[in-house]
Design a protein around this ligand. Sequence first.
Ligand code: SF4
Length: 242
Amino acid sequence: MSNNNLNVHSIESFATLEGVGIRFALFLQGCPYRCVYCHNPDTWYGGGRGSIVTIDEVFTKMSHYKGFYKNGGGLTVTGGEPLLHASKIIELFRRVREELGLTNTIDTSCAVMPDCIDELLAYTDLVIIDLKFHNNADYDKFAKGSLDNTIAMLDKTLEKGVNVWVRTVVVPDINDTTDDMDKYINIINKYPHISKYELLGYHSMGEFKYAELGIKYALEGVEQLQPSKLKALQQYVNERRI
Ligand code: SF4
């Protein structure tokens, strides 16, 4: 793939959940993790999946809607794992900041730490970090990933002074106890640059995609997290934030 090409899963021109204000959300293809609750398994594979779109095309499309991205809005790269595409995102972020005067957000699971991370963070206003589990064993078991990678990104964003939000998906019988919350908060409280810690309730809305892809869904039969329980856990962690 040439240096100007991005492997794009999809684009949302008016996203509201991926950072501050209204955002142009760019979902990039490819992810090395395999989270049991992933609702985008169709983003897992790179190669022939997704659409090849040039950086110019993405920038031009976003420019059309520039007027909508007020009050801190702008571009969010997500996925899949957007950091797989870090060197290309730098150019896009630079143009969004310098030519459009808008903000840049990375929504990442920290599955990889690219060599160019310092340069990328220089053009980044907010990193939304997915803190999946509070120990390496659960990361490995439920995501084929590693807590160490997430800690490395928390350290790096702290060093570079970049604003961070952290999110955790809470799954019944996997990470939904107050003991789990204590362990998450132990991590969160070490990082004063985290401006928001948000819990998200597990739901199975992506399950049908597994059937379409012929992949077994690991959480078959697991109920969604009850909103009342999510609210109580969120209150529990809020009360323990330093
Ligand atoms: S890191 Fe994100 S895209 Fe990758 S498997 Fe996990 S939830 Fe899915």
